[in-house]
Design a protein around this ligand. Structure first.
Ligand SMILES: CC(C)(COP(=O)(O)OP(=O)(O)OC[C@H]1O[C@@H](n2cnc3c(N)ncnc32)[C@H](O)[C@@H]1OP(=O)(O)O)[C@@H](O)C(=O)NCCC(=O)NCCS
Length: 223
């Protein structure tokens, strides 16, 4: 079967990592093999550029010019981790146009359910039944364990580990290497700093960091 054409929204680090994952054989569990046809970026200065050998074809609205392509939004720096939700809501594509991208070196339990638009990079492990929502970014070497629940638009930095039964609510960001004790909740839009050890629930919309993690401040902006 011919690979399904894929447009990646974004041209920064996460977008390039996703493109590399596709080069390495990342596929959509439902649609099969993928082939990146280009990147889209709302910064006009990037249009026409080549990024890692891929063309930046235009703004995110150019998804309308490629109806045959599936789409994945790959933005979400710690400075603006709400951007993925904003772009997805603005594009408002039919559910079947979003791709789910899974690196071939991810080890996912067959009972793990992944949402549309979710990207899972190399060496991610899920151990048993769990639900990972739509448009979630899961960076390399993240470990999600039994009964975790991950809401839409969450972001996991590299090496995050969740104990069993953890809930990560919509739009939360877990910084690289953070560890979360079993059965806790990371609230919607919260940010957990890199390397943190979380031993209490993190309320929605707050930034927590440290060992053990403590509140630093409110999270900025809408996520
Ligand atoms: C938590 C975080 C958002 C805080 O950033 P910030 O608001 O700019 O805060 P600052 O760097 O000014 O630090 C504020 C305080 O928190 C401490 N702090 C910041 N990040 C921390 C962390 N991860 N763990 C422990 N303490 C931390 C700082 O030492 C400082 O303490 P002080 O006031 O006693 O000097 C940021 O440090 C972080 O961890 N971001 C995630 C980065 C990441 O995971 N990147 C990987 C993907 S690219």
């Amino acid at each position: 079967m011919r690979p399904v054409p894929l447009l990646i929204v974004g041209s920064g680090g996460f977008a390039r990592e996703t493109a590399e994952a596709v080069r390495a054989g990342a596929a959509d569990p439902a649609a099969g093999a993928l082939r990146v046809i280009g990147l889209l970026d709302d910064d006009p200065s990037r249009h026409g550029a080549q990024v890692d050998g891929l063309p930046v074809l235009g703004p995110s609205d150019a998804v309308a010019d490629h109806p045959e392509a599936r789409v994945v939004v790959c933005t979400g720096s710690p400075a603006d981790y709400g951007s993925r939700r904003r772009i997805v809501e603005r594009l408002d594509l039919a559910a079947e146009r979003w791709a789910t991208v899974v690196h071939p070196a991810a080890a996912l339990a067959p009972s793990t359910r992944l949402g549309a638009g979710t990207v899972v990079l190399a060496a991610v492990v899920t151990t048993t039944s769990m639900v990972v929502g739509d448009h979630v970014a899961v960076m390399p070497a993240v470990v999600l364990t039994h009964d975790d629940q991950v809401g839409p638009f969450a972001t996991f930095g590299a090496g995050v580990r969740l104990g069993g039964g953890v809930t990560v609510e919509s739009g939360a960001y877990l910084g690289a290497g953070a560890v979360v004790r079993e059965r806790l909740t990371i609230g919607a839009g919260a940010l957990v700093g890199m390397g943190s050890v979380v031993i209490r629930d993190v309320p929605p919309g707050e930034v927590w960091a440290g060992v053990p993690a403590r509140r630093l401040r409110e999270a900025a902006g809408r996520t």
